[in-house]
Write a protein that binds this ligand. Structure first.
Ligand code: BES
Ligand code: ZN
Ligand code: ZN
Length: 470
């Protein structure tokens, strides 16, 4: 879909008319209807025909509390009706503020996502243009909404991709192409280089798979200063079988989504580069497949790590924290960022704690926590802080190594994982861990099975924007 700015709407052609709940006066400007059978409720729409036989879609914005998730109503309208649209549609945007318009464009773009990429017969979508009518200067908003929606779709496609295709190497190729298209630097460290540099935890997790691990380093650094403002680290497990501590087979196919954190990191760097934000940002993705094989790492093994700390493996299914440990160590040693944020589909425990409505947030930095929480509400990608009390640390004690990867107890799982990660950040003052296991992948009205949500792109991009030079 492309988006262009027009000053006034052509009322003889098709258009979308946004309406707030119980505020339908605007309709009278376009139609001789005193009381339509539509009340502007959130995520509803109503088709009327104009006197030229043109389509007029009344679309419900709901109440003010719905503004954070406004993309949903536009996504629904486009998803359900665009098959009837001509090449051109118009949107009456005079009554939308900037945030609302951005959300509207994100939603229209999200409706372009095609989940059936691997079907042998695909529906051919037509390229449409939406002309957005407003007397304000909205070009930048249209651009931002378009790029954001497009990036959300691109990371959803990655998370939904099957694990036989989406190998660690595939993620590396994806990043290289993205870097070329959006003009940033991408380095993919392959097996030999990982060995040479000492990414031992990443290598251990990937040992059981023919699809060898990679570490991807994406750098978008437009500023004169070399100092990196933000470093993002993502868990990129392309399939998590659990390894020798094998998972039960029910819903195992969904473990293709265990690279949701990596997808957010890849997508955010791409989007920040496309938006040309004035900020230095580095994205690190640690990617491996956690497979079952005679070569697999075992429970009981003691492995090395990038930091030099040794780790006793209690459970090979607690693999995400291992690959992240190496990514975080690399970040603090070489990138030395002002802010360090990792994202990972890390624990089932966070899903049991917060369900599908919020990511688990772990940090010692109160200001960062409050900023992230506020942004979470604003973009409807919410986070909820969970504790990092020192007392939890004793659960990571190992008799034979520097620490172990699991307490062995079915208690405080998400916090224990966060505590493990904290052992690798060298007391970085501005570190945050987001456990997105419950929010990255789930049910949606647009698919019969669970699928990617796109969670994280708006949250992290807005955080990056809040730190960028205006
Ligand atoms: N990838 C899983 C976590 C997960 C669970 C993601 C559900 C998405 C949905 C992770 O690697 C894992 O298996 N964690 C274990 C850790 C345990 C063995 C210490 C868990 O949470 O059960
Ligand atoms: Zn696991
Ligand atoms: Zn995992």
């Amino acid at each position: 879909m492309t988006y262009k700015h027009i000053k006034t709407i052509d009322t003889s052609k098709d258009f979308i008319l946004p309406c707030r709940k119980d505020q339908l006066e605007r309709i009278k400007d376009f139609l001789p209807i005193a009381k339509p059978d539509f009340d502007g409720s959130f995520s509803t729409h109503q088709l009327l025909y104009g006197k030229d036989g043109n389509r007029i879609y009344l679309i419900g914005l709901g109440k003010e509390k719905h503004s954070a998730q406004l993309e949903k109503t536009f996504q629904k309208l486009a998803f359900e009706t665009q098959k009837h649209w001509d090449k051109n549609m118009q949107l009456y945007a005079e009554d939308l503020n900037q945030d609302e318009l951005k959300k509207a464009i994100i939603g229209l773009e999200m409706a372009q996502y095609e989940i059936g990429e691997f079907k042998s017969e695909k529906e051919k979508g037509i390229k449409r243009t939406v002309a957005v009518a407003s007397s304000n200067a909205i070009k930048n908003i249209l651009n931002e909404g378009h790029y954001t929606g497009e990036t959300i779709n691109r990371i959803k496609a990655l998370v939904d991709a099957p694990p036989n295709i989406k190998t660690p190497e595939f993620l590396g190729k994806w990043a290289e192409k993205s870097a070329k298209d959006a003009d940033y630097k991408c380095t993919v460290l392959k097996h030999k280089e990982l060995k040479k540099q000492g990414f031992e935890a990443v290598l251990s997790v990937g040992k059981g798979s023919v699809n060898k691990p990679v570490v991807i380093i994406n750098e978008y650094t437009p500023k004169k200063s070399k100092k990196v403002d933000i470093c993002l680290v993502g868990k990129g497990i392309t399939f998590d079988s659990g390894g020798l501590s094998i998972k039960p087979s029910t819903n195992l196919h969904y473990m293709k989504s265990d690279m949701g954190g990596a997808a957010v990191v890849l997508g955010t760097v791409e989007l920040v580069a496309k938006l040309k934000l004035d900020i230095n940002i580095v994205g690190i993705v640690c990617s491996a497949e956690n497979a079952v094989d005679s070569e697999s790492y075992r429970p009981g093994d003691v492995i090395d790590s990038y930091s030099g700390k040794t780790i006793e493996i209690i459970d090979t299914d607690a693999e995400g924290r291992l690959v992240l440990a190496d990514g975080l160590s690399y970040a603090v040693k070489h990138i030395k960022p002002e802010y360090l944020i990792d994202l990972a589909t890390l624990t089932g425990s966070v899903v049991r704690t917060l369900g599908y409505e919020a990511a688990g947030m772990f940090t010692h930095n109160k200001v960062m926590a409050s900023t992230m929480s506020d942004i979470g509400y604003k973009v409807h990608e919410r986070v909820w802080q969970l504790p990092m009390f020192e007392e939890y640390k004793s659960d990571l004690h190992s008799d034979i190594a520097d620490l172990r990867n699991f307490s062995g107890k079915p208690l405080a799982g998400a916090t224990n994982a966060a505590q493990f990660l904290e052992s690798f950040i060298e007391d970085h003052k501005n570190w945050m861990h987001l456990d997105i296991a419950g929010v990255s992948f789930g049910s949606s009205p647009y698919a019969k099975m669970k699928s990617a949500s796109g969670y994280g792109i708006q949250l992290i991009t807005e955080f990056v924007k809040s730190k960028a030079v205006k």
